[in-house]
Design a protein around this ligand. Structure first.
Ligand code: C5P
Ligand code: C5P
Ligand code: ZN
Length: 473
């Protein structure tokens, strides 16, 4: 049995179908979850001796599906997308173009296909309990289980599934839950994943201490966060010397005692400076380590690993990210690290753009138009990060626009767990509002997106605002 019994039957049916194929076209999404999905599926196919080719798509729309249908492949495996376009895929299946196997976690369109593995079909939440990589992992486990000749049980692939889930921001109050948690447990048993309680700041593996504290996370500590000198002064005032030959060490280089000293001082400082204790406690939480990676590498920490992957795939270099997932620790990793520098800069400049230009208020939503200032492939990430900054209401859905090309505008929407609890479903909002203006969209309740014709932005906001108003009642 797989780690998520409710999905066993679907995973097994999908695996058996793949085993009947002479060769498979594997199509996946260009983000951290999509890359890890592809890496997991590709490795499992390889181990099952199933020849295949991997392609990545920014968005799976009618045109992209038609181009897939035009290939010679009779079996197409979609990972981290496909469910949202089930209607279009079903039409191509009926026309005999190909047969689809889908391992996804997005809201399914209104249609049915035979080989469809999606948590939402079994009442498991696709935004917080299982990612695309998680669905692909279940498929990989089933592929091993249904094939005597596969030499492993594929549990080692749990490490990549954890990276995908963390990359998709699936954690709930800092932890992976539900089916994701079951995958963490399998990874721990296989010796590839370790769950640890540690500082939750981004960059514990790679950043020198002052940078780690300066850039921080959603918990802002006055006098330290966004304050280079403040961060250095804070560290210098501690009783321990955290430098080696004058150079600041990284968090991973510290001893347990030193980590304890810094953590206590940091918490104390946060409380002294008025950070509510509930929030300050978020500085410490669950982190996921990949035991097969060396300490001090981005790849050791699931969160840093996933950011590295986004830095490749969202810049048209999915090949680089895939190679890293598949084990290339030389050329591909070097290249990915370079891309990461650009990605980080783009995120921070993007956030600055939002903070300078501010957001517009509708009745139930807030929105901003980034035009060409923010790449359409990362505007969703920026929108999510913007929900934590000054001048942006953290309790209202945010909608972001970015120019895709002359004819089209990209839309990204982000909400919060609390809003979803009150009835928010951004997937439905994006689908309905985009169709009303001649576009298309989908996603999850908490995070969704769309493409709309250029010029329809304000009409789109009106539609979305009305829908959100209805949902939040
Ligand atoms: O297409 P895919 O499902 O992989 O993308 C999910 C997107 O939704 C990611 O960009 C992720 O950051 C966002 N998300 C979020 N908060 C959640 C779940 C997902 O911002 N709780
Ligand atoms: O692009 P963005 O990060 O905003 O996407 C958020 C979620 O919405 C992702 O899960 C993505 O796959 C989905 N989406 C979609 N259709 C679109 C755009 C985004 O289903 N046209
Ligand atoms: Zn995903």
């Amino acid at each position: 049995m797989g780690p998520v019994p409710a999905l066993d039957e679907r995973a097994t049916a999908c695996a058996r179908r793949l085993q009947e194929a002479d060769r498979v076209l594997l199509a996946s999404h260009i983000d951290a979850d999509g890359l890890t999905s592809a890496a997991i599926a590709s490795t499992a196919l390889e181990r099952a001796s199933l020849p295949h080719e991997v392609v990545f798509k920014k968005q799976l729309d009618e045109t992209e599906i038609a181009s897939i249908a035009a290939t010679e492949y009779e079996t197409v495996l979609f990972t981290d997308f496909g469910s949202g376009q089930l209607d279009v895929i079903a039409e191509h299946e009926q026309a005999g173009a190909f047969e689809a196997v889908i391992a996804d976690h997005h809201q399914p369109a209104d249609a049915t296909t035979e080989y469809h593995l999606n948590p939402l079909l079994e009442d498991i939440d696709g935004a917080s309990e299982l990612s695309g990589a998680g669905a692909s992992y279940l498929l990989a486990r089933a592929l091993a289980d249904t094939d005597e000749s596969t030499p492993t049980d594929n549990r080692d692939l749990a490490a990549l599934a954890v990276v995908g889930a963390v990359g998709d921001m699936q954690t709930v109050e800092g932890e992976l839950v539900g089916a994701n948690e079951a995958i963490v447990a399998e990874g721990a048993e296989a010796g590839v994943v370790e769950e640890a309680t540690d500082l939750t700041l981004y960059g514990t593996q790679t950043r020198p201490l002052p940078k780690l504290l300066e850039y921080g996370n959603d918990v802002r500590i006055p006098g330290i966060s966004n304050d280079e000198q403040g961060a250095v002064a804070f560290l210098q005032e501690l009783d321990v010397d955290l430098r080696t030959e004058g150079t600041w060490r990284r968090w991973v280089d510290l001893t347990a005692d030193e980590k304890q000293t810094v953590t206590s001082a940091l918490l104390q400082r946060a409380l002294e400076r008025g950070v509510p204790s509930e929030k300050a406690q978020r500085l410490v939480g669950t982190t996921y380590r990949l035991l097969g990676e060396s300490e001090g590498s981005e790849l050791r920490d699931a969160s840093e690993f996933s950011t590295l992957l986004n830095a490749t795939a969202r810049y048209e270099r999915a090949d680089v990210g895939l190679a890293v997932c598949l084990g290339d620790r030389d050329e591909a990793l070097d290249r990915a690290r370079h891309l990461l520098e650009t990605h980080r800069r783009n995120l921070s400049e993007g956030l600055e753009t939002v903070s300078e230009q501010g957001v517009e208020e509708a009745e139930h939503v807030q929105y901003f138009d980034a035009g060409e200032e923010i790449r359409e492939t990362i505007v969703g990430i920026v929108a999510g990060m913007a929900l934590g900054i000054d001048g942006v209401d953290p309790n209202r859905p945010i909608i972001a626009f970015a120019r895709k090309n002359e004819e089209e505008t990209k839309v990204s929407a982000r909400g919060t767990g609390r809003l979803v609890g009150r009835g928010l479903d951004l997937s439905a909002v994006m689908t309905t509002a985009s169709r009303a203006v001649g576009g298309d969209g989908g996603g999850h309740d908490i995070a969704a997106g769309a493409t709309v014709p250029a010029g329809t932005e304000s009409e789109f906001v009106d539609e979305a605002d009305t829908l959100v108003g209805e949902q939040l009642g």
